[in-house]
Design a protein around this ligand. Structure first.
Ligand SMILES: Cc1ncc(COP(=O)(O)O)c(C=O)c1O
Length: 342
């Protein structure tokens, strides 16, 4: 096993030891399966503390499952989902959103990963026209796939527009903790109070082993979702082990500590990289990712030592991700290797 960090993805990071410990602690005796257990009740309570007492929470296996089951619950196959060209649901879910919802995805240009109300407005021309898929859900990612964040104001602008036009707002929160840490706002301020309808709450990039939560911010929207979850193959019989992980994440603010640390490491990396000639940072560094244009031959050399992804082959742009386990020494070593490769 190489002992250096990969900088490829926060998915590559290990599981936080408190999370493993919580799973071990939950590993005592029998409890009722499929979520009717004390660990799940505790986790649901913790979500309510963070998002408000009216929310309904459903644990699922992974992020794709959360997005796809939530979106299929909210739509009919003749409707459309509006999202960014950079969205995970568009690029990294193997067409599962289209397959399981049957909906058309309307993809909007998003150089910084964000979409704006002005871009969505023209799509309303199809409303009420039987030849066109009917816009029903706007799906945004917070933080975005480009390492940027929507401000609460930007989110509430989109939510208001959605609701005025008979649409709903879904948020893919695979990196929701990093976004909250970056904005220095509570989850409630960022999600519930801005008018988001349904959230896919991610934890695997922030220290858990597996599991995600579909959070309905308006409880009436959750009606019958338990059947959709089961039919989407996202109902865990041993649910206590998923719930226990979220309990660990929400104990002593671990979720926020991990996210703040990962974000800070990306800031440090960006500061150091900025001083290196021929490397150009392409996105504002707001969470735990740094996007940069780097000479092609440098990338090849550096990748002999560190694994990371080419983001855009044509632009010779890479993505470097940090995580809750990245250390300052990891950054220093990586920057040294980068300088050498240049
Ligand atoms: C923005 C975003 N959404 C969702 C996911 C969830 O993916 P998975 O199905 O691998 O848990 C990811 C993981 O990379 C992601 O980056």
């Amino acid at each position: 096993m190489p002992d250096n960090r990969s900088f490829a993805s926060d998915n590559n990071a290990p599981v936080h030891e408190a999370v493993f410990q919580a799973m071990l602690d939950a590993n005592q005796g029998d409890v009722i399966a499929y979520g009717d257990d004390p660990f799940t009740a505790e986790a649901e309570q913790k979500f309510k503390e963070h998002f408000g007492h009216d929310v309904r929470v459903f644990f699922v296996f992974n992020g794709t499952g959360a997005n796809v089951s939530a979106l299929s619950h909210l739509t009919h196959p003749w409707q459309a989902i509006i999202t960014a060209e950079t969205a995970h649901i568009e690029n990294d879910e193997c067409g599962a959103p289209e397959k399981f919802t049957g909906c058309k995805l309307h993809i909007l240009p998003a150089p910084d990963g964000k979409i704006r109300v002005e871009q969505i407005k023209p799509l309303l021309h199809s409303v009420g026209f039987q030849h066109h898929a009917q816009p029903r859900v706007i799906s945004i990612t917070q933080a975005t796939e480009m390492g940027t964040v929507y401000t609460p104001q930007e989110i509430s602008d989109i939510a208001r527009f959605a609701h005025q036009n008979n649409m709903l707002l879904h948020m893919d929160g695979a990196r929701i903790a990093n976004a909250a840490a970056s904005l220095n706002v509570s989850l409630k301020e960022m999600v519930t109070d801005t008018g988001v309808d349904v959230l896919s709450f991610g934890g695997t990039k922030n220290g858990i082993l597996l599991g995600e939560a579909v959070v309905f911010l308006k409880k009436e929207l959750a009606k019958d979702f338990e059947y959709v979850r089961k039919q989407s193959m996202q109902l865990a019989s041993k649910m206590r082990y998923i719930s226990a992980q979220f309990n660990a994440l929400f104990t002593d603010g671990l979720w926020l500590k991990n996210a703040r640390h990962a974000n800070r490491m990306a800031q440090l990396l960006a500061e150091k990289v900025k001083e290196i000639p021929r490397v150009q940072i392409t996105q504002e560094v707001q969470i735990n990712g740094v996007f940069a244009i780097v000479p092609r031959e440098t990338i090849d050399k550096l990748r002999q030592k560190y694994f990371f992804y080419m983001w855009n082959e044509t632009r010779s742009e890479v993505r470097w991700m940090t995580s809750f386990v990245t250390t300052e020494k990891d950054i220093e070593d990586f920057v040294e290797a980068l300088k050498e490769a240049i």
